[in-house]
Every structure is written in structure tokens, then in C-alpha cells.
Ligand binder design. Structure first.
Ligand code: AMP
Length: 284
């Protein structure tokens, strides 16, 4: 193994100081249970940076009291081998007490943009995400940080946080990596049984249908959303949480499709919540 596995902030600081000549430090924050989606982020970071850091941290601050914090998959040994095989220099995997030695009283929140879509159903989720990402940025001081488009609202919020707080980190967006049938790779896919796994692809199918309608000239979001919802409702194992067309920068609902828009959805398959989104482009 050449990857350095680090659990504490003190050791992390020492490791970072041991690389004085680093020109570009790339950072890939994750919650672990690494899969091909994370792999794509790491690959991109490795191609663009001379030092690559990955964090694996299941962040309690972004889980609601009834969500899957304790049951979230934790596979650190496999994650470490995954990082090693992809040339990661440092894997930072702290315990919750290391990041939150005392109850967190200080938060960073991107208002308005954190309210729609997932924010409507997961109160305080994005406040937990932006707070931990800012803490990690302070610890790691990356020049570039890599985020997946699969979590489009998270990506938009982090971009805005970086802009609003003048952080010296470039945010790099990486397209969603999908399984062969189109299901977006996700750590939560491993909760699905084979029947649920087959059903889960309905989300991407519905998004694609809407994307095609917009490419063919549809301009009314209600009509496009209704068509996608109808596809989702044909799948008895799926329960729709939301499906909404928003503007790609600020994630606010669009009333007329006049330019690129992001269609984002969340569904439940049994007790597993899945999200996905696609960028929709009107003709021309
Ligand atoms: P997570 O471990 O789920 O918190 O994700 C860590 C990072 O990997 C986030 O920036 C995600 O957007 C990104 N990511 C997760 N799944 C995918 C995927 N299927 N394709 C691309 N990026 C992904």
C-alpha cells in the first residue's frame, strides 16, 4: 500500500507539511463505500493534481434523526484498497469525535438554494453538508475539489459557498457515472434487493423521457413533469418524493423552459432513498 491512511487532524497536518513542493492539491470528499462514481472523481483529480486526497467521513451533521446514519455502509478497508489502486496519496478517515469534539454550534448555510428539492424533505441536511465541507477545506486547503453532478443541488450549493465566502478552491464538477442500465452509481444501491435493483432504473428512465421531450421542444414544465411522473407511477415498487425542473445555477423552480434546466428527482424503493438528475436542453 502506498496510500497514507490518516485518522486525526494532527497527523493530517504533519502529512501535508511533508509535501512542501505541492503545486496542486486535489481533494475528493466522500462518505465512503466507494464505487465507480467516486472512482471517476479520483481519476480526474489524479489527472489534474500532483497530490490527491480523499476523505471518507459519514457526517452525522447531515443526517436527520430518522435517517440512515448508523446503518450507512462503512467499508474502510475496501475503500483504502480502492484509493491505493487509484494512486491516492492520502486517505483521511476521521471518527465523528475528531471532526466534532464538541457539539457543533457554528454552521455555514447557503440560504434559498438549500430550500427546494432535497432541502424540502431533509431539513438541515445541506447545512450539515456545507458546514463539513468548509471544515474539511480548512483542514486540507485544497486547490481543487471534485464533486459529482449526481448530487446537483449539493454541487450548486458548494459552488455558491465558495463564491460567497471567497474560498481559494476551484470546484470541479464530474458527470454522473451510471450502471449499464442507467441507474446512477450510489453507495445506497447496495441496500436494494435484486427486484428493487431492477425497479430502481425507473428514475433515470423517467428523467430521460422528460429530457427527450424538452429536446423536442416542450416548454411547459408542468407537462414535462407530468409525463415523467406517469412513468414513475407505473413502477409499483417506487414511491415518488419529488420531481422538479429547476434552473441549473440556483436550483429554483422554472415556470417556462427557455434555456438549460435541471430535472431532479428523488424516489423511495422500499426503505432506500435514491436521487438523480439530468440536464435538459431545449432545441437550438
Ligand atoms: P457520497 O460518498 O455519496 O457523499 O459522494 C461523494 C462524492 O461522489 C460527491 O461529490 C458525489 O456527488 C459523488 N458521486 C456519488 N455518486 C456519483 C456518481 N454516480 N457519479 C459521479 N459522482 C458521484
Amino acid at each position: 500500500m502506498t496510500v497514507r491512511l490518516v485518522h486525526t487532524i494532527a497527523v493530517l497536518r504533519k502529512e501535508l507539511a511533508a509535501f512542501p513542493a505541492v503545486q496542486t492539491r486535489g481533494f475528493v470528499p466522500t462518505m465512503g463505500a466507494l464505487h465507480a462514481g467516486h472512482g471517476r472523481l479520483i481519476h480526474r483529480a489524479r489527472a489534474e493534481c500532483d497530490q490527491v486526497m480523499v476523505s471518507v467521513f459519514v457526517n452525522p451533521l447531515q443526517f436527520g434523526p430518522k435517517e440512515d446514519y448508523t446503518g450507512y455502509p462503512r467499508t474502510l478497508q475496501e475503500d483504502c484498497a480502492f484509493c491505493d489502486a487509484r494512486g491516492v496519496d492520502i486517505l483521511f478517515a476521521p471518527e465523528a469525535e475528531e471532526i466534532y469534539p464538541r457539539p457543533q454550534l457554528t454552521f455555514v448555510e447557503v440560504s434559498r438554494m438549500s430550500e427546494p428539492l432535497c432541502g424540502r424533505f431533509r431539513p438541515n441536511h445541506f447545512r450539515g453538508v456545507t458546514t463539513v465541507v468548509l471544515k474539511l477545506f480548512h483542514m486540507i486547503q485544497p486547490h481543487r475539489a471534485y464533486f459529482g453532478e449526481k448530487d446537483a443541488q449539493q454541487l450548486a450549493l458548494i459552488r455558491r459557498m465558495v463564491l460567497d465566502l471567497n474560498l481559494p478552491t476551484t470546484i470541479v464538477a464530474v458527470p454522473t457515472v451510471r450502471e449499464d442500465d442507467g441507474l446512477a452509481c450510489s453507495s445506497r444501491n447496495r441496500y436494494l434487493n435484486p427486484q428493487q435493483r431492477q425497479a430502481a432504473v425507473v428514475l433515470y428512465r423517467a428523467l430521460q423521457a422528460a429530457q427527450n421531450q424538452i429536446a423536442a421542444g416542450a416548454t411547459d414544465p408542468r407537462q414535462v413533469q407530468a409525463a415523467a411522473l406517469a412513468i414513475l407511477q407505473q413502477e409499483p415498487l417506487a414511491r415518488v418524493e419529488y420531481l422538479e425542473l429547476v434552473d441549473p445555477d440556483e436550483m429554483q423552480a422554472v415556470t417556462q423552459i427557455t434555456g438549460p434546466a435541471r430535472l431532479a428527482g428523488a424516489i423511495w424503493i422500499g426503505s432506500t432513498r435514491l436521487i438523480d438528475n439530468v440536464l435538459c436542453q431545449p432545441p437550438g
